[in-house]
Design a protein around this ligand. Structure first.
Ligand code: ADP
Length: 478
């Protein structure tokens, strides 16, 4: 495709040149010839008419002498660079501008034919065989007493007219040449501005099509080409990223599934072949149970994420009391907190605070955040605080802990699927790294945000927003 586009343009350019020359050589030349001949003939005929109506007419009415007329037409002939003839209808020469009249010596032009001009008033030829070369001649009748008494003929060398024609045709060729040179400039511009960037874009698309999404396409222009290249570049980067993400995703899933399965398989085999004595079976079966519940958790997490991605926008929005939800979630963690000796504090705004959203999913958000906060807080001194507040018609919920915190370098990634900070790995063996990505998907689906502020060794605070409900305004009014 890319070669033919350029070839087409070159071909069009060559055709323009060839047809331009053909055009000038044929149409333009014939137009110039016609115009020059006609203009010269017009000039000659105007003069011939003037002579026919003045000196020549006077000559026939004998008010002037042949000599006078001869002198006048010779002067005029020198001025016009043409020969003037006065001829009788029978062909008898009365006088011409270049030979002194000799009334006794009669000259007859035998082939004289006034009808030679046809319907026009001029003709090109050897002027009734009086000249060697070609002439442009006009015939103007001399009228007297309603009769044609003779003709004034003016004849001019056709070679002179041809010189004029040639100089005009040369100008046309010159103009064509200038035009062709100018179009070379257009061709160069086209090559630089359109063709080269287009070729680079085509090469890039070929690379992308063959799977090399990391191919760097560089077109710096600020026009549509640049914009197209930038869009393609962006598209390729996005595809490359999504491919990388997908690879990472599969690698993570395989890894996260393989390790519990390996340990389950290992323990079961050891129990079956007697490596683990029957009295220890209980201990190892509990490990196997933990691993299977982790696998279940992982599968559920993946399913939840998948559902959020495919039907993420289908939220069952209602107005619900978020304070009630916080109390409910806190109650479900009572046992865990008591076991871990972590204090759970609730700081709630008023008795009732209404938010608008998908209650079930928001409960999952709160559950995941509280679960993490308790998980990553050391037992004994740990305090987890859940707070609700309202600002600018939005409801905010924050979950704060004084646990291990998140290293600065990890903060940008904790919401990614399967991401677990190095700090947390040792402490939490049951984590899947999916909890926070589920949280983010749910909050995003609501068109809201979740932020995290954390300091390593000090603690973390996750805050998310939800649209407030109108019920809150009504409650205020009471
Ligand atoms: P996990 O199942 O591992 O908890 P999450 O997606 O919920 O997966 O969390 C991802 C990672 O973010 C965790 O492994 C942990 O490193 C970090 N993280 C999340 N919440 C906290 C918290 N409250 N304190 C410290 N680190 C946290």
């Amino acid at each position: 495709m890319r070669k033919t586009l350029y070839l087409k343009f070159i071909l069009a350019y060559l055709l323009f040149g060839v047809f331009g020359f053909i055009g000038v050589a044929t149409f333009v030349t014939s137009m110039i010839t016609d115009r020059c001949v006609r203009r010269n003939a017009d000039d000659l005929y105007r003069e011939a008419t003037v002579i026919a109506n003045t000196y020549a007419a006077e000559l026939y009415s004998t008010t002037t002498s042949l000599d006078t007329v001869y002198r006048q037409i010779s002067a005029l002939s020198a001025y016009m660079d043409a020969d003037i003839w006065i001829i009788n209808p029978s062909g008898r020469l009365v006088v011409n501008s270049f030979s002194v009249p000799e009334p006794d010596n009669e000259t007859v032009i035998t082939s004289f034919d006034p009808g030679v001009t046809g319907t026009g008033f001029y003709f090109v030829g050897r002027f009734f065989d009086q000249y060697e070369g070609s002439r442009l001649s006009v015939l103007a009748p001399i009228i007297g007493g309603y009769r044609i008494k003779g003709y004034v003929c003016i004849t001019k060398s056709y070679a002179d007219i041809e010189r004029e024609i040639n100089s005009n045709v040369n100008i046309a060729y010159l103009e064509l040449l200038v035009l062709i040179l100018l179009s070379v400039i257009i061709l160069i511009f086209f090559t630089e501005i359109v063709y080269r960037p287009l070729r680079r874009i085509t090469t890039a698309t070929e690379q992308y099509a063959s799977g090399n999404m990391h191919y760097e396409l560089s077109v710096d222009s600020e026009d549509e080409m640049g914009y197209l290249a930038a869009s393609l570049n962006y598209m390729a980067h996005q595809i490359a990223r999504s491919e990388d993400d997908q690879k990472k995703f599969i690698a993570n899933i395989s890894h996260d599934f393989r390790s519990p399965l390996t340990s389950i398989g290992g323990f079961l085999e050891a129990m079956l072949d007697g490596t683990i004595p029957p009295e220890s079976h209980g201990k190892y079966l509990r490990i196997v149970q933990n691993e299977t519940s982790r696998l279940t958790k992982l599968t559920n997490g993946l399913l939840a994420l998948n559902n959020l991605n495919t039907s993420g926008m289908l939220l069952n929005r209602t107005d619900f009391n978020i304070n009630d939800m916080i109390r409910r979630v806190a109650a479900s963690f009572e046992q865990t907190c008591a076991k871990k000796r972590v204090t759970l504090e609730l700081v709630l705004l008023g008795e009732e605070l209404y938010a608008n959203g998908d209650e079930e999913r928001i409960e999952q958000v709160l559950y995941n955040l509280t679960d993490n906060a308790i998980k990553f807080t050391p037992s004994g001194t740990g305090v987890v605080r859940i707070e609700s507040s309202e600002r600018h018609k939005k409801v905010f919920v924050s979950v704060r802990d004084n646990g291990i915190g998140i290293p600065k370098k990890d903060i940008g990634q904790i919401f990614d699927r399967f991401y677990k900070s190095d700090l947390s790995r040792g402490r939490d063996k049951t984590g899947t790294g999916l909890g926070l990505s589920i949280v983010r998907e749910i909050i995003r689906a609501h068109g809201e945000n979740i932020n995290v502020v954390s300091t390593e060794g000090v603690g973390s605070e996750f805050t998310f927003s939800l649209p407030g409900s109108r019920i809150n305004d009504e409650l205020e009014d009471i």
